[in-house]
Design a protein around this ligand. Structure first.
Ligand code: FAD
Length: 552
């Protein structure tokens, strides 16, 4: 019998995890990791902050060196070593040493592919001009830093307003550059539901970012001192540099050329134990197609958490353990100009795309901690759950301190198959500076449970307000005078019980839709009127969500 030789292609998130775990489970096998880059096990997620000089030293991005892998794990790490092909019949790979140009073959008993994803570079005119960058590796970030410093860059165009685009915009502003962001979608963070992206857009503009939504890049040209970016709408922006952050595609060339099956999303097809269509080849990380935990649909997830967990699972499977990857929930968080944008599970967009109709949404805007303790700020939340049984489907949250904690709680709840009734009962940390006796997570569960129990009939701004509905603003008259939804009449909650005859007269049997700032006073009013026989609905999230939904 041949000695076990585990070869790993790609030595960062998924590959390094697989290699180190394999050693922990098997002291005797040989493990070799190949990476074409100069580093392994580096912190891709820290790169924007290295550009922003928050992380000062390049060495701080390196989590583990080849020497450490050798010393601590007896793993042979070969950097600047590109794997050119896989010979499945011979169980061999062809490697090129990028320093010497030498090519050689290595035999494997099991192979792990963790080649990651490559940044999309659309074929815009001028795409290869100097000064146009993508960010994926430490050398990429070093080039960007050098360009900023050597050219004394004053302005940058960031193309794409997803995670990396936002993090880069923040860090370039931190470096003193003016930033224009160009995003083809009508919103930033395109995976989010549009009303959840609105607070982020407001924050970007408040911090001076020139945000151009609903417009794409048409091309780039060189001009004295920099570049000119032309957009599809015909606008031009002169800039010192461009960061392209328009997404990534799974790196599947090796797998494809080796005849491994790809999934419908274009990622490498794997089973629950991360095994590809070849029983001796495993694949993990950004390159693989995964199952969405909520919708059950095939999906791609370019996230470090899944890559690390999958690497560990692949090693377990190789070492003979029975494992099952549960799928991805796309739990993610991004910081942008002191805002935290976090999400887990499905968005409403994703549910619609997956053809799932059994869902309801609630919007709420609770404080991150009690209002009487200084410094409270709102967390804008959208909870999605199944109408039939209350199972939690997703949470999006945008706020400041404590936002990601709420999303993490719900992420775990989703994985455990919990319902909104479980969120109602969740017992969570509370002291005045951290939360509230009814935590935002409890509040989300309570509002959703109220809806499911029939105590809180809901309406959504995005569907518009029908003409035969009486729209009532239950805020105080001064709030109404300052701003109100066109067509709304004002019946402040405090006066409602004294003006019941008026309500009956105005409504004349028609449905009454109520709103306040966030939905709380409207809920009290809903309960008072429902119990008196009126047909009432509460507009989810109040005027705050109306503003975010673009004043439909
Ligand atoms: P990678 O970590 O990309 O590693 C793949 C490696 O394979 C590369 O080093 C590559 O050189 C090597 N390789 C590819 N082909 C070959 C070949 N043929 N031969 C040899 N070597 C090869 N995720 C989060 O969850 N949170 C974040 O905050 C976050 N921030 C990010 C910020 C940036 C700027 C970037 C780029 C990514 C960020 N990510 C974040 C995503 C996260 O880094 C990836 O999901 C994760 O690294 C994927 O792991 P992987 O092992 O699949 O691929």
């Amino acid at each position: 019998m041949q000695a076990q030789r585990i070869l790993v292609i790609g030595g960062v998130a998924g590959g390094a995890s697989a290699a180190a775990r394999a050693r922990r489970l098997n002291e005797t096998c040989e493990i070799i990791v190949f990476d074409r880059g100069p580093f392994v096990s580096f912190a891709n997620c820290g790169l924007p902050y290295y550009v922003g000089d928050v992380i000062r030293e390049e060495k701080d991005l390196i989590v583990a060196s080849p020497e450490l892998f050798k010393r601590r794990f007896d793993i042979d790490v070969r950097t600047r070593s590109e794997v050119l092909s896989i010979d499945r019949d011979a169980h061999e790979i062809l490697v090129r040493d990028l320093e010497s140009g030498r090519e050689y073959r290595e035999r494997y008993t099991q192979l792990v592919l963790s080649p990651g994803a490559r940044p999309v570079r659309p074929p815009f005119e001028g795409i290869d001009l100097p000064g146009i960058f993508v960010l994926r590796t430490i050398p990429d970030s070093a080039l960007i830093r050098a360009w900023i410093e050597e050219r004394e860059a004053r302005h940058a165009v960031v193309v794409g307003a997803g995670f990396i685009g936002l993090e880069m915009a923040e860090n370039l502003v931190r470096r003193g550059l003016a930033v224009t962001m160009i995003e083809l979608a009508e919103q930033v963070m395109p995976p989010l539901d549009p009303e959840m992206a609105r607070p982020v857009e407001d924050r970007l503009r408040e911090r001076g970012v020139d945000l151009r939504l609903g417009d794409g890049v048409a091309g780039f040209e060189q001009r004295a001192g920099g570049l000119r970016v032309t957009t599809s709408a015909g606008a031009t922006v002169d800039t010192s540099m461009v960061i392209l952050a328009v997404g990534v595609r799974p790196e599947t060339t090796l797998a494809q050329e080796a005849g491994l099956e790809l999934g419908e999303t274009g990622g490498i097809h794997v089973d629950d134990s991360m095994r590809t269509s070849d029983p001796d080849i495993f694949a993990v990380g950004d390159a693989v197609e995964v199952r969405d935990f909520v919708t059950g649909k095939p999906s791609l997830a370019a996230l470090a958490g899944p890559a690390n967990r999958q690497g560990r699972l692949a090693a377990d499977a190789i070492c003979g353990r029975t494992v099952k990857f549960r799928g991805v929930q796309l739990t993610s968080v991004c910081g942008a100009f002191d805002l935290v944008v976090a999400s887990t599970g499905a968005t409403e967009k994703a549910l619609i795309r997956a053809g799932i109709e059994d869902y309801e949404a609630v919007h709420l805007h609770p404080g991150n901690h009690v209002g009487y303790y200084p410094g409270a700020s709102p967390i804008h939340m959208k909870l999605l759950f199944a109408r039939s049984d209350g199972r939690i489907l997703g949470l999006q949250a945008v706020g400041e301190a404590g936002t990601e904690r709420r999303v993490d709680v719900v992420a775990m709840a989703i994985q455990m198959g919990a319902t909104v009734f479980d969120l109602e009962q969740a017992e969570l940390c509370y002291a005045p500076q951290f939360g509230a006796a009814k935590d935002p997570v409890n509040m989300a569960g309570m509002v959703a449970a109220n809806v499911l129990r029939g105590d809180l009939p809901l309406a959504h701004w995005k569907n518009g307000v029908p003409e035969d509905v009486v729209l009532v603003d239950v805020r105080d008259s001064d709030e109404y005078a300052e701003e109100h939804v066109p067509g709304a009449i004002n019946l402040p909650l405090g006066e409602l019980r004294d003006r019941l005859d008026e309500v009956t007269e105005i409504s004349a049997g028609r449905e009454i839709w109520l709103y306040c700032v966030v939905g709380q006073r409207a809920y009290y009013a809903t309960r008072a009127l429902v119990q008196r026989g009126h047909r009432v609905r509460n507009l989810s999230g109040g005027i705050t969500t109306w503003r975010a939904a673009g004043r439909p």
